[in-house]
Design a protein around this ligand. Structure first.
Ligand SMILES: Nc1ncnc2c1ncn2[C@@H]1O[C@H](COP(=O)(O)OP(=O)(O)OP(=O)(O)O)[C@@H](O)[C@H]1O
Ligand SMILES: [Mg+2]
Length: 410
């Protein structure tokens, strides 16, 4: 999404406001290297004269008092001056139904109520500028992976799901990010052989400081194009973070990425249910042992208790052994025990997974036709068949709807 842009491709946006908080958020929301550049005219809208004519802006974001007749008259004037090719976004903290009606009559492109989430602000501007229109229309998809017990392959499967989405997304101009919420002892960075750069201490007490620029600094990027948010390991530093920080992080991520895969910790934190409620799909990873399947059942019960029917957990059984003659669990037992929650199984492929993890590469780099990737692709509904069908809106990955970390609809 970032990267060097030629001057001609850069879209210019002007924010007219005297609200320091809004200005700070806007400046942080778009970094200088991106395709949108934001300038600020720090004066009340009533004092804006011909400045906006001097340089052509693709969009004007106007912060006004929606109870002031003068402000509305001024808005009308600015709109005429700017011409029809300039998008107008109005921001106010005091919209009334009649103010909304006036804005609709004036045919402004969008209006936002203060205070707003950075993601809403960014979405509104992206949509107004019709930047990569296909991209802008798609709601971000959040996939949460939560382990039923330790060492079940949660991280391996979350990363592989992200790899699948990333490969697919690249063809259609969508971006993918992995968020490792195992803040103390995550292994995503290790498995991808990347430097974890998310410095929680820096933003812990002021989550609002986390903006586009800071996020950019704290992202690690894999050669495949995948982005990763992971914190350096601090094994002896057992702390919990405020839900506001996690929500802020995911909200920001949702503004810039189309697919977000979350490696959840096994421990239930105060923010766990918020994250699951905001996710389009929640996968619980278990392995083929009696304790793990029991833990999966308990996790489902906990999710149902906390999230009601808002979260629909789906269990993936990893390292599935389909041999009929083994002692212990067989496939029929597992299906019965999970009572409709089982969504699929992943074969045991020790050599492949170990090799990938040791070399810090994705499974398909070792073997493009491997059985782990194939099974997982089928589960997340992102195999090649579905990729084609998606043009008709049939892809299951895009069929999931409204959730918390949501982009503003176009
Ligand atoms: N399908 C598979 N076949 C064979 N080995 C696998 C498979 N999936 C994962 N593994 C192996 O299982 C081990 C644990 O995997 P992983 O680290 O992903 O588990 P986890 O659930 O994230 O563990 P933790 O509880 O430490 O977070 C790794 O050594 C990995 O190589
Ligand atoms: Mg893990």
């Amino acid at each position: 999404m970032t990267g060097s842009q030629t001057e001609a491709n850069i879209r210019k946006t002007l924010l007219i406001s005297t609200d320091h908080e809004l200005i700070g958020m806007a400046k942080g929301a778009f970094d200088a290297s991106g395709e949108i550049r934001i300038a600020v005219l720090q004066k009340p809208v009533s004092e804006v004269a011909t400045e906006i004519r001097e340089s052509h802006y693709d969009a004007l974001v106007i912060d006004l008092d929606a109870t002031s007749v003068t402000d509305f008259e001024q808005l009308q004037k600015i709109k005429r001056m700017a011409g029809t090719s300039t998008a107008i976004i109005v921001i106010s903290e005091n919209f009334s139904p009649s103010a909304a009606r006036i804005l609709i009559q004036l045919k402004v492109t969008d209006f936002l109520v203060k205070p707003m989430a950075t993601s809403d602000f960014v979405r509104s501007i992206n949509n107004a500028l019709k930047l990569s229109s296909q991209n802008a229309q798609v709601e971000p998809q959040f996939l949460a992976f939560m382990p039923a017990s330790g060492g079940v392959g949660n991280t391996v499967l979350a990363l592989e799901a992200a790899a699948i989405l990333n490969r697919y997304g690249k063809q259609v101009g969508r971006s993918t990010c992995v968020v490792d919420l195992n803040f103390q002892h995550g292994s995503c960075a290790e498995y991808l052989d990347l430097e974890p750069r998310f410095d929680i201490n820096e933003i812990e007490n002021a989550p609002e400081r986390l903006d586009r620029q800071l996020l950019d600094v704290m992202l690690a990027r894999h050669a495949s194009g995948l982005s990763l948010i992971a914190a350096p390991n601090k094994p002896s530093d057992m702390r919990s973070f405020k839900p506001a920080l996690v929500v802020r992080l995911l909200d920001l991520v949702s503004a810039y990425f189309d697919y977000v895969v979350i490696d959840m910790p096994r421990i239930w934190f105060p923010w766990t249910e918020t994250v699951l409620m905001g996710s389009n799909r929640t996968f619980i990873i278990a392995d083929m042992t009696v304790p793990s399947i029991r833990h999966a059942r308990r996790t489902i019960a906990a999710i149902e208790e906390k999230g009601g029917n808002q979260i629909k957990p789906q269990v993936i059984v990893n390292r599935m052994d389909t041999r009929k003659n083994v002692a212990g669990l067989n496939a029929t037992d597992v299906t019965a025990a999970l009572d409709g929650h089982l969504v699929g199984t992943i074969p045991n492929n020790y050599m492949l997974v170990r090799d990938a993890v040791d070399r810090g590469v994705q499974l398909s780099e070792i073997d493009p036709a491997n059985n782990v990737t194939a099974s997982l692709s089928a589960i997340i509904g992102q195999n090649d068949e579905n990729a084609e069908a998606e043009e008709d809106g049939k892809s299951s990955i895009l069929a999931f709807g409204r959730k918390l970390f949501r982009r503003k609809a176009a």
